[in-house]
Design a protein around this ligand. Sequence first.
Ligand SMILES: C[S@@+](CC[C@H](N)C(=O)[O-])C[C@H]1O[C@@H](n2cnc3c(N)ncnc32)[C@H](O)[C@@H]1O
Length: 315
Amino acid sequence: MNHTPVMLAEVLHHLAPRDGDTVLDATFGGGGYSAAILAASHCTVWAIDRDPDAIARGAALAARFPGRLQLVQGCFGDMVNLLAARDVTALDAIVLDLGVSSFQIDDAGRGFSFRADGPLDMRMAASGPSASDLVNALGESELADTLYQLGEERLSRRIAKAIVTARKEAPITTTVQLAAIIRRVVPADRSGIDPATRSFQALRIRVNDELGEIVRGLEAAARLLSPGGRLVVVSFHSLEDRLVKRFMQEAAGRAPAPSRHDPAGLTARGEAGFALLTRSAERPGEAEIQINPRARSARLRALARLPLRRFEAAP
Ligand SMILES: C[S@@+](CC[C@H](N)C(=O)[O-])C[C@H]1O[C@@H](n2cnc3c(N)ncnc32)[C@H](O)[C@@H]1O
């Protein structure tokens, strides 16, 4: 079991860590980004993850870079408080690599995957209600709304009805049980995507309040960046990327709604404190996707706090 870091070269390029910098890896995971940042310059890396297993695994990397990697368990939405409690109030670079790691997906016991039988859990941190709690307790219409809004599942009402019918017989407690209920009412289409995919995504996002975390995390990151500091975000589906795109465009003073006179929405509004480092989302190259199919849906966006460092210009 391992996690292959996604778009690592592009992430490093935009973070551009220098000797003496203080960098935040807000989603430590398998530590792939942290390891590369530590090797690229003599900087200090603060690494946050809400998953206690990820933090425990990080001890080996911390030992390889004595005094330069500090691991903190918690949610990146709380990064201002987590870091202030450790006397860190400004950062030169911040990276967020959203979603779950391969360690989490591949461990059947965590319940993220419908491909392996396990408890219907899906919590990144081992606290709060699990996916099983939600599936057995939510009302039918709230369940349908969740599947529709967070999974973009068109057949959400049909699935919610099937879940409510099934749970009257027995509580739904395993991944395989839920996947089977969904597959009975959602026909497989020609895309080859498993009919349970969208519903599992929706439940995972809700269980971990992933969209709320992104909003809180982006706002906190913008507050913590020093002048010239960079924020790099890698996202994996349209709900995430939409939030990141809107946040970065607004921070950079770009009009959110394109107009006839400014079709690309590139006119600065007032005094923007930030500049976009990526004009549109960057995508992984075909060679990376071949090696790491999980990179396929990745999109990278980056921004910097003004004024930029010397010799740099926004695109
Ligand atoms: C895609 S993985 C990161 C992989 C990492 N970049 C690497 O190269 O190994 C995402 C990690 O972020 C963590 N995570 C997700 N949402 C989080 C949040 N709101 N706060 C803290 N950690 C979070 C997950 O537990 C997971 O370990």
